[in-house]
Design a binder for this molecule. Structure first.
Ligand SMILES: O=C(CO)COP(=O)(O)O
Length: 265
């Protein structure tokens, strides 16, 4: 049984002051219920990460980043390494978000290398895949998503991959985020999301065999507390990657509440 995961992606929102005010308010809300049966993650901008895990201590909410460089260190101006993230208590990293693929030209290859680096460093990668509206309307969704997922799996399982990687593959998380559903208020239908996510698991199974069963696959794109339950009711959808609705403490807590209820039913 896979543990449901609700990951908030704050994107480029919240100063440090705002981030810590959010945590204070969230802790008050979490005092009244225990979201232990689900994992909650807040993926904050870099500057807000410092001190955030300590501020969340005592809750079951953990902290992630939104990107990382794949190299251990080096001449990469403006980049941040896994050692730097680990040192401040970051445990997960969102990789290959469509906004980074578009804004920063991040390729499938770079996303695959970052995924390997994150796994080897003992953190959890949340690998994003998704199609544009044009690609969906052109009937390319299934092939495109399979290619994005395969690029990662083939890299992780290539002949010369480090041996220790094999034992870490079950910690992978994928997020299916149709680009046209991000920040638009228009979600994919539950049936469409489920079809794509079932396809992702099939691609994972071809590459990883039985280890694919442990991989969690999230849906992302205009998820709110009132539509989350329908996605979580699907067998292959293990949680959500949430932008806008993760920014307010009450709606993030409401998302966790829905996930707890879904996991109990
Ligand atoms: O991009 C997203 C999360 O990574 C989704 O954003 P919204 O929930 O605001 O649509």
């Amino acid at each position: 049984m896979r543990t449901p995961l609700i990951a908030g992606n704050w994107k480029m929102y919240k100063t440090r002051k705002e981030a810590f005010a959010f945590v204070d308010a969230l802790k008050d809300l979490l005092a009244t219920f225990d979201p232990k049966r689900v994992e909650g993650w807040i993926c904050a901008p870099y500057l807000a990460l410092v001190g955030l895990p300590e501020a969340l201590a005592g809750t079951s909410v953990r902290v992630g980043a939104q990107n990382v460089h794949q190299d251990k260190e080096g001449a990469h101006t403006g980049e941040v390494s896994l050692a730097m993230l680990s040192e401040v208590g970051v445990e997960a990293v969102i990789l290959g978000h469509s906004e980074r693929r578009a804004d920063c030209g991040e390729t499938d290859r770079a996303v695959a290398e970052k995924t390997e680096a994150v796994l080897l460093a003992g953190l959890t990668p949340i690998v994003c895949v998704g199609e544009t509206l044009e690609q969906r309307e052109g009937g390319q969704t299934a092939a495109l998503i399979a290619a994005q997922v395969s690029a990662v799996v083939e890299h992780l399982t290539r002949a010369d991959a480090p041996e220790e990687l094999a034992s870490k593959l079950a910690r992978l998380v994928f997020a299916y985020e149709p680009i046209w559903a991000i920040g638009t208020g228009k979600t994919a239908s539950v049936a469409d999301a489920s079809t794509v996510i079932t396809g992702i698991r099939a691609t994972l199974t071809r590459g990883l065999g039985s280890r694919a069963e442990a991989v969690r696959i999230l849906y992302g794109g205009s998820v709110k507390p009132d539509n989350l339950g329908a996605f979580l009711a699907e067998r292959d959808i293990d949680g959500a990657l949430v932008g806008g609705a993760s920014l307010a403490p009450d709606s993030f807590a409401a998302l966790l509440t829905v996930a707890v209820e879904a996991s109990a039913s």
